[in-house]
Design a protein around this ligand. Structure first.
Ligand code: CA
Length: 237
């Protein structure tokens, strides 16, 4: 379930957004100004932030700029909310690093569509859509991993950490991820564990995939990290 931080000082609007997001299956945290938003992000990195432009004290635009300048929040998916519908304001918001921009008033339908679009682009692992690569299928709704080998669908027995690792790799295929990046994105960014741990779980993931001839899907890129890649050739029973 994706975690969304709503930064909005008008309580009635914040509550309404929160109710609608929870109803749509998101987990929601609220912050009413820039400093409590910063505190919330320091505690736990959300999957996406809805950031109101006009906040008491530091504005949403200033906060967006600050987050984009910090390594921990550089990639944080961000949608700006604003009552200002001027073209110049929109450009300022996007220049400050927002992924998208929504003018008030907006419908819940539009808000949800924008959130899903940004998550699909920036953090697809936060969505519950099934992913499939080279016949290997991972379905977050059922938590099942299967692969069609010859004419049979075989279920992959997989531990919870290897599942999360596979989900992340499958939603960001063909890209090389360093061990540090995988720790941040799969284990959580406040977890202080050794990079060697990643190697242990990659090994376990390959072992889990080997009964469905999928160990080769997870490639080691020397000196760089790991990558999930398409597998050539046909599988034999
Ligand atoms: Ca406001």
């Amino acid at each position: 379930m994706a975690l969304i931080l709503v930064v909005e000082d008008e309580n009635a609007i914040a509550e309404l957004i929160a109710i609608n997001l929870r109803h749509a299956g998101f987990e929601v945290r609220l912050a009413a100004d820039a400093s409590s938003a910063q505190a919330a992000v320091d505690r736990e990195l959300p999957d996406l932030v809805l950031l109101d432009w006009m906040l008491p004290g530091q504005s949403g635009v200033e906060l967006a700029r600050r987050w984009r300048a910090a390594s921990r929040t550089r990639e944080l998916p961000l949608i700006m909310l604003t009552a200002r519908a001027e073209e110049a304001d929109k450009i300022t918001g996007l220049d400050a690093g927002a992924d998208d921009y929504l003018s008030k008033p907006f419908s819940t339908k539009e808000l949800l569509a924008r959130i899903r679009a940004v998550l699909r682009r920036r953090a697809p692992e936060a969505l519950d859509a099934a992913v499939e690569i080279s016949g290997l299928k991972l379905d977050p709704a059922t938590h099942r991993v299967t692969r069609r080998v010859a004419d049979q669908v075989i279920e992959v027995k997989i531990g919870p950490t290897e599942y999360r690792l596979l989900h992340f790799l499958m939603t960001h295929p063909e890209r090389v991820h360093s061990r540090a990046q995988l720790l941040d994105r799969v284990w959580g960014d406040h977890v202080f564990i050794e990079e060697r741990t990643v190697d242990v779980h990659v090994k376990r993931l390959r072992e889990a995939l080997s009964p469905v001839q999928g160990a080769a899907l997870v490639e080691t890129v020397r000196g760089a990290g790991y990558r999930l890649t398409q597998q050539q050739g046909t599988l034999v029973a």
